[in-house]
Design a protein around this ligand. Structure first.
Ligand SMILES: [Zn+2]
Length: 323
């Protein structure tokens, strides 16, 4: 009994120290991750998710039981995989279009990946040979033995009153995870996500807020919010966000689950540069260390520009999800 009380006091002291260390003078980034231990890291993650849900305006959806009402057309054969177009229900008032690809070979249960496009693209982009930055990563993963799902990421219009753009984007991706979990041939314990640019940002958000995601590749996005205040579309920002966190804190919610960030050496100086990515990574690593999984976070620097490094993406997801 006494030992338990002492344990609680120690835990409280850690939390108080963490809170004091993280509180910033200007009222910004008040939930910045403060290194501690496994227990304090988990408390911080739960607390931060609780605080993010209301400002994303998805807290009412998070506990809801909305039927998927999936409707799909006949699968058609592509080279090495089958593809199907369909719709699932996102909210009571809204259906979303999705594309599903299944490997031609192999035996279920299959691992799966939510493949996420960026600005000016759509749900077919991960399969499109003309979308050169994406390297057809959805098609390649399907050929390699993954079930792949892709939906249209909201660009700049909020579709339902009372929502936020980021919350709707996130919720639609979480519904893709719901759908993967409903499939008898998909393994619910081996669901990953991957995306480029705004898709890399959404891979961050999805894995951070949905702990069903087992492995993540976030390409062409790792940076800090001060950089995104300049030279970039402001759709990443919403009321209350900067007061709580910076991007490394959102990535830290993914710990201890495997995370690969990709940044290219040819990124323009004003964009997602490698030096900025290294600074951000250094702020993500303490959460992985506290959760005993330092080896699970990596920055993959590649010689290209604002694009996916396909080999690194596939190798990373195969090693963590394909058995
Ligand atoms: Zn935008």
């Amino acid at each position: 009994m006494q030992r338990r009380a002492l344990g609680c006091l120690a835990c409280l002291a850690v939390l108080l120290c963490a809170a004091m260390a993280s509180a910033s003078d200007d009222g910004m980034r008040t939930m910045r991750y403060a290194p501690g231990n496994e227990a304090s890291a988990r408390v911080w993650q739960d607390d931060l998710r609780e605080r993010l849900r209301p400002i994303l305006r998805v807290e009412d959806l998070a506990g809801s039981e909305i039927p998927l009402e999936a409707e799909f057309g006949e699968p058609r054969q592509e080279s090495g995989y089958f593809i199907q177009e369909g719709r699932i229900r996102a909210t009571e008032g809204r259906m979303i279009s999705v594309v599903l690809a299944r490997p031609e070979k192999g035996r279920p249960p299959f691992p799966s990946v939510v493949c996420i496009h960026g600005h000016g693209s759509h749900r077919m982009t991960p399969f499109d040979p003309a979308a050169k930055q994406y390297k057809q990563f959805g098609a390649v993963l399907a050929r390699r033995g993954f079930i792949v799902i892709s939906t249209d990421v909201g660009q700049h219009e909020v579709r339902e009153a009372g929502r936020t753009l980021m919350g709707e984007r996130l919720w639609d991706l979480m519904r893709c995870v719901d759908y993967l979990q409903s499939l008898p041939d998909a393994d619910p314990a081996r669901i990953g996500c991957a995306g480029l640019s705004l898709g890399g940002e959404m891979a961050m958000w999805l894995a951070a807020m949905d702990t069903r995601i087992a492995a993540t590749v976030s390409a062409g996005f790792l940076t800090l919010m001060d950089q995104m205040e300049q030279n970039h579309c402001m759709c990443w920002k919403f009321d209350g966000l900067r007061e709580l966190v910076d991007f490394p804190d959102i990535y830290a919610l993914i710990a201890p689950r495997p995370l690969q960030c990709q940044n290219g050496l040819q990124e323009p100086d004003t964009q997602f540069t490698v030096p900025l990515a290294r600074r951000a990574l250094a702020e993500i690593e303490p959460a992985y260390a506290d959760l005993g999984a330092s080896e699970n976070v990596q920055l993959h620097v590649h010689p290209g520009g604002h694009e996916i490094d396909l080999d690194a993406l596939v190798t990373f997801l195969e090693a963590r999800l394909l058995r």
